[in-house]
Write a protein that binds this ligand. Sequence first.
Ligand code: DX5
Ligand code: ZN
Length: 224
Amino acid sequence: MVEIIPSILSADFARLAEEAARVEAGGARMLHIDVMDGHFVPNLTLGAPVVESLRKATRLTLDVHLMITDPDRFAPAFIQAGADQISVHQEVCPHLHRTLEMIKGFGVKAGVVLNPATPLSTLEEVLSLADFVLIMSVNPGFGGQKLIPRSLEKVRRLALRRQELGLDFAIEIDGGVTPENLPEVVRAGCDWIVTGSSVFHTPDPGAVVAAMRQAALEATSIPI
Ligand code: DX5
Ligand code: ZN
């Protein structure tokens, strides 16, 4: 089952509990949380205390995307705050194998993220260790950007490589997904689809999630 994962970056930060409840009512099972440090990406968002508060407010799986230069230092705090899964960028992890093992050692899922300019080949040696791989379909830092079409080609190649290696990591995509391009995104081979502004910049986020879940189901059942 393809998961539609609302990103709270585009939600009302003064009402996060309500926003989480609205998307859960629409069928969401996971919530994407963008952590930005103003160094790795040109924007600042939130820290572990916000995750801790959200943890108390929702049962949704908390998918924490660390866009920070030092994930080794901060990942444990986000896990202790209640994150269910943590993703780190390949571009900032000189010891990626160690970082993924450290995260998994806490008993949560570990993911690795690639920026649009970073090749898939950089992950070859850690694919068997990752619980999921997140392909950025925009340059990270902001919501509401346009999906870079080439990233779907990257997803197709990653899905093929996963099959060749007999692995079962999930493929996540993040950035610029809309109800319009969703069928193409699903057919490229994404399992987890993050979507921010398309959900939260609407009057009824729950209804958008429900419609996108249905559209994703239909896209997977239509043969190409
Ligand atoms: C971008 C973030 C995304 C963002 C996606 O750096 O990692 O998670 O919230 O937002 P949309 O769906 O609006 O592109
Ligand atoms: Zn993200």
